[in-house]
Design a protein around this ligand. Structure first.
Ligand code: NAP
Length: 277
């Protein structure tokens, strides 16, 4: 399926940032955005790996400007350095694909590990995005790569679910994140209705926050959406999965390049369509 067939609303000055684009779905999303002609910023925790990825993307999209900058979304100093560089070097950003994500392998489960997982997938994504909000320009789009592993149905207590879904501020989501970690530490997370999925809760909080942010920015011409790439063959899935990383990136890039006349915000998407979560 062609990625984009309408009139292009962007040009070679339109800036796209993809987090965690040294490999996997993020690499493919950055490659596709560069191939569509946007100025594309590849970012990664590890500089060496990120620079190699940027060189590959530049080779795949020779006519586009491909830049690299280090970015660890869970490290406030790195987020600050990145935001300053982006402002000074490029003057802002129009497309932000929050792809960076993390999951422990196997049956790892614990309070410290939950803190790390939520710290990257939810809090890190939020911290970077909030830092970049003043730099958004043009018909901006924020695409949060979430997961069907974080649908509402994973919460086992109706009362807890209602509290989570009715949260009106990120602070309430932060409190819920802390409660989850504390409950794991106290050994009563299941009794309190939490699932034994650190990754699932991190992505549920990410999707809930995406909906909050979409409301906060309503009327400001910013599309804010969450999506699930599907089960993709990447390092995260240890090479398992039914889709390639490129197929997983497709809906994220489709949302990122959506025509401004086709405005959609606050949704949860998969395979180029709205999906329940
Ligand atoms: N693969 C699937 O089946 C699947 C399904 C649903 C959702 N997802 C989501 O899709 C996204 C991409 O995953 P993937 O499958 O491509 O996995 P991946 O190959 O493991 O890539 C994850 C990327 O995120 C980066 N990352 C992790 N922590 C980071 C941090 N603190 N700061 C910046 N970057 C960080 C990784 O960097 P390093 O190389 O330094 O680790 C890597 O570039 C994730 O959000 C994941 O949760 C994947």
């Amino acid at each position: 399926m062609a990625l984009y067939t309408g009139d292009k609303w962007w040009d070679d000055k339109t800036v796209a940032v993809v987090t965690g684009s040294n490999k996997g779905i993020g690499f493919e999303a950055a490659r596709m955005l560069a191939e569509q002609g946007l100025t594309t910023v590849v970012t990664s925790r590890n500089e060496e790996q990120g620079k190699q990825a940027a060189a590959k993307i530049q080779a795949a999209a020779p006519a586009s400007r491909v830049l690299y900058h280090q970015l660890d979304i869970a490290d406030p100093a790195s987020v600050d350095r990145f935001a300053s560089w982006l402002r000074e070097e490029l003057g802002g950003v129009t497309v932000l694909v929050n792809n960076a994500g993390f999951a422990y392998k196997g049956n790892v489960f614990g309070a410290d590990e939950a803190k790390v997982t939520l710290g990257i997938n939810y809090a890190g994504t939020r911290a970077l995005t909030e830092k970049l909000l003043p730099l958004l320009k043009g018909p901006a789009r924020i695409v949060n790569v979430s997961s069907r592993a974080g649908t509402r149905s994973i919460v086992r207590s109706q009362q807890l679910l209602e509290r989570l879904t009715s949260a009106a501020s990120p602070q309430q989501l932060d409190e819920a994140a802390e409660e989850f970690v504390s409950a794991i530490r106290a050994g009563d997370h299941a009794a309190k209705g939490w699932p034994s999925s650190m990754y699932g809760i991190s992505k549920l909080l990410l999707s809930l926050w995406t909906a909050q942010l979409a409301e906060q920015l309503r009327g400001k011409h910013v599309m804010v959406n969450a999506m699930c790439p599907g089960w993709c063959r990447t390092d995260m899935s240890s090479g398992g999965g039914t889709k390639s990383a490129a197929d997983g990136a497709d809906t994220a890039v489709w949302l990122a390049l959506r025509n401004p006349d086709d405005f959609a915000t606050g949704g949860f998407w998969g395979e180029r369509g709205g999906i329940p979560w």
